[in-house]
Design a protein around this ligand. Structure first.
Ligand code: JBZ
Length: 250
């Protein structure tokens, strides 16, 4: 997959892209990311990318001309067309289903907003408008990095065995089960004995039940759409009813 990023803050990207699994995905060629400075498509001496809003009001608005020039220029560099994604607070909240869709695309062009927003005509360039969620950020650069991280780890060969079981649990709509490593006893807190029993069937059953319990406790909104057996659903409903009474054990 190829990713082009258009931003007025290109320097934010390199340290994150070079690190960890993302760095490995780049070095193996599973994904390539080119970060472009929007100012390279300005035509004035000050390299202006923003201007005052028509109608008045606070803040500055991203100008359309440099963005249009940049997107047209970048889109003409390869055969085909990139899927143009604009990161904006008005966008659709990012979900793993959207990440899976985008991960299958051969070419993404991510447009990061700054200032108070975009001239609305810029949005005509967008195939998708995405947001990370309902909190206020200063720009689209961090959401773009989050999106790159999420699509990179789905590229073939980027993760080993980690992918399948982890993502399957999430796609069944459940949070992960609790995990432990050594030492078996730490400051009076012991690992659940079933996990050191060697009984793999009991371990699997315990993990499944604890994943359902956690989801019911922490994300009851996920339970309705989770893929649960009748017995599991009844268990989840018990946990949720208990939580409403303020109970902490179940
Ligand atoms: C986002 C105008 O540029 C911005 C500002 C905030 C912001 C984004 C772009 S994208 N917040 C989000 O994903 O929540």
């Amino acid at each position: 997959m190829r990713v082009d990023v258009l931003t007025v803050l290109p320097e934010i990207f390199a340290p994150v892209l070079g690190a960890s699994i993302l760095g490995r995905a780049l070095s193996t060629g599973a994904i390539s990311v080119d970060v472009h400075d929007l100012r390279d498509w300005t035509e004035d001496r000050r390299r202006t990318t923003d201007d005052y809003p028509f109608g008045g009001g606070p803040g500055m608005v991203m100008k359309p001309e440099p963005v249009y020039r940049a997107v047209r220029d970048l889109a003409a560099r390869e055969p085909g067309r990139p899927v143009v994604v604009v990161l904006t607070p008005q966008g659709e909240p990012l979900t793993q289903a959207i990440v899976r869709d985008l991960a299958d695309e051969p070419w993404l062009l991510l447009l990061c907003g700054r200032y108070e927003g975009f001239d609305d005509r810029i949005l005509s360039l967008a195939d998708r408008e995405l947001s990370l969620g309902d909190y206020v950020l200063t720009g689209g650069e961090l959401p773009a990095l989050v999106l790159i991280d999420a699509v990179a780890r789905l590229q073939p060969g980027v993760l080993g065995d980690e992918t399948s079981s982890h993502d399957e649990s999430f796609s069944e709509g459940l949070l992960e089960y609790p995990q432990y490593t050594r030492p078996a006893s730490f400051e009076g807190m012991d690992v659940p004995p079933v996990l050191v029993s060697g009984d793999h069937a009991r371990i699997a059953a315990w993990r499944r039940r604890e994943a359902v319990r956690r989801t019911a406790e922490r994300r009851p909104d996920l339970i309705a759409r989770a893929q649960l057996s009748a017995v599991e659903r009844e268990f989840a409903e018990g946990v949720m009813a208990n939580d409403e009474e303020g109970g902490s054990d179940g």
